[in-house]
Design a protein around this ligand. Sequence first.
Ligand SMILES: *Cc1c(COP(=O)(O)O)cnc(C)c1O
Length: 368
Amino acid sequence: MSNPYGPEYIRAIAPYQAGKPIAEVAREFGLDEANIVKLASNENPFGVPESSKQAMLQAAAELARYPDSNGFELKTALAKRYDVPMDCITLGNGSNDILEIAAKAFVQKGDAVLYAQYSFAVYALAAQGLGARAIVVPAVDHGHDLDAMAAAIDQDTKLVFIANPNNPTGTFLPAAKLEAFLDKVPANVIVVLDEAYNEFLAPQDQYESTAWVRKYPNLIVSRTFSKAYGLAGLRVGFAIAQPAVTDLMNRVRQPFNVNSLAQAAAVAALNDTAFLKKSAENNTAGYQQYVQAFEEMGLQYVPSYGNFVLVKVGEDEGAGARVNVALLKQGVIVRPVGAYGLPQWLRISIGLPQENAACIAALKKALA
Ligand SMILES: *Cc1c(COP(=O)(O)O)cnc(C)c1O
């Protein structure tokens, strides 16, 4: 029987498929949790920074109180780091929250939201949840086609989502291309530049999108503490935009959307440059490990700028799902991306060297 409740546009939403938790795979496949390698959700393989653990211990004493609704300490630290006034910052319960807050603040039913094919699944969810129309622009080489995206903006379009680097494909848009795109976007259309993997970019690829906000009143830059900073379980992200845009985003967010432990841990992580450096270096080395293995195995992959890599594991439509199960049986959790329209591919997060080696060995076995 079909579900009789709620609007049709809500019933049409396909549920988000998260990376399988370690405990679930242990139960399902009769494995020991200690032998399972999880490379499915682009988490930091070093875990939570020590500095954040210490900060949380202190903050725990105050957990009977509501968190600071305005996030003063964290916003102060972010304002200093990114050289923006505090009224340019919105905090989110993960950057997922930022994406939804932006949609809620600037889109209503019947409006259009524009994003690229093979871009982050949450863009579709944010649009659908509001009954907005999605304009999905075909990808080029698994990445954003910015010229086609600019051309696809119509009268109804209120919001554009861009992921750079993109997840799940790992593709990257250099600064000059992004600026050329921003120059073309009509002033009444909000652009959310989702930079969840920004901290993994090599120095030569880095760009100052947080400074572009001064020039583009319709730009929202979104960042997260979930990936390079190792705080995925705490749920904390933030946006930088001009005060007028920031003001509206703050009106629609939950007043206490970022909890006290998350705020304290994020301040510590932001100042832990050694942890960030270690994470980026491990990522560069791990990416090389995968690339080398894929070349040896003759597997096609998409060159990645994030902490994960998309690899083609077969030619038939069932390849991704089949190889995924073969890996799960060996205790290796990666991410099938059939729901993204990429059924022949798997997305593998870059882990510690021994985790990558285990994944590569399991992949060789699965494909033998
Ligand atoms: C992981 C990810 C996010 C969301 O992460 P949060 O944990 O909600 O901060 C946002 N955008 C992209 C492209 C991602 O891959």
